[in-house]
Design a protein around this ligand. Structure first.
Ligand SMILES: [Zn+2]
Length: 129
């Protein structure tokens, strides 16, 4: 069973959050993480800062091979502890966005090819046999 935080809220009540796995406190009350929390708030929250940091750490993603290499490296880095899991999550989110954009581009290109083929068929039908 997960333990509750042994911290005390500003209102003077016992904190009801779950304690971190390696601590008797939650992320807000853990003295070892107080500096991180201050930094975290200064940057406007985890999502934003992690996404920005992930964006900086990503290499050339203009092609599928680059994206794949980055993701494989990220997986290895999470395994070795060189990359924090929230950073890996941000990278995965950005990778999904890239794939979605690539999918839209492919669809637009495919539609253009269909339109060109339809025009060619129409042209061939108009020619006298
Ligand atoms: Zn707490």
């Amino acid at each position: 069973m997960q333990r509750l935080c042994s911290g005390v809220t500003r209102a003077g009540e016992r904190c009801k959050s779950f304690a971190l796995a390696d601590s008797t406190f939650c992320i807000t009350h853990d003295p070892a993480r107080v500096t991180d929390i201050a930094e975290y708030r200064k940057r406007g929250g985890a999502g934003r800062s992690h996404v920005n940091r992930a964006r900086k750490s990503i290499g050339d993603l203009r092609n599928l091979a680059g994206l794949q290499a980055t993701l494989l490296q990220a997986i290895e880095d999470v395994k070795t502890g060189a990359l924090e899991p929230p950073m890996a999550t941000a990278i995965a989110t950005l990778a999904r966005a890239l794939v979605a954009v690539a999918g839209v581009n492919a669809m637009v290109s495919f539609e253009a090819q269909i339109a060109a083929m339809a025009a060619q068929i129409h042209e061939l039908e108009r020619r006298p046999a």
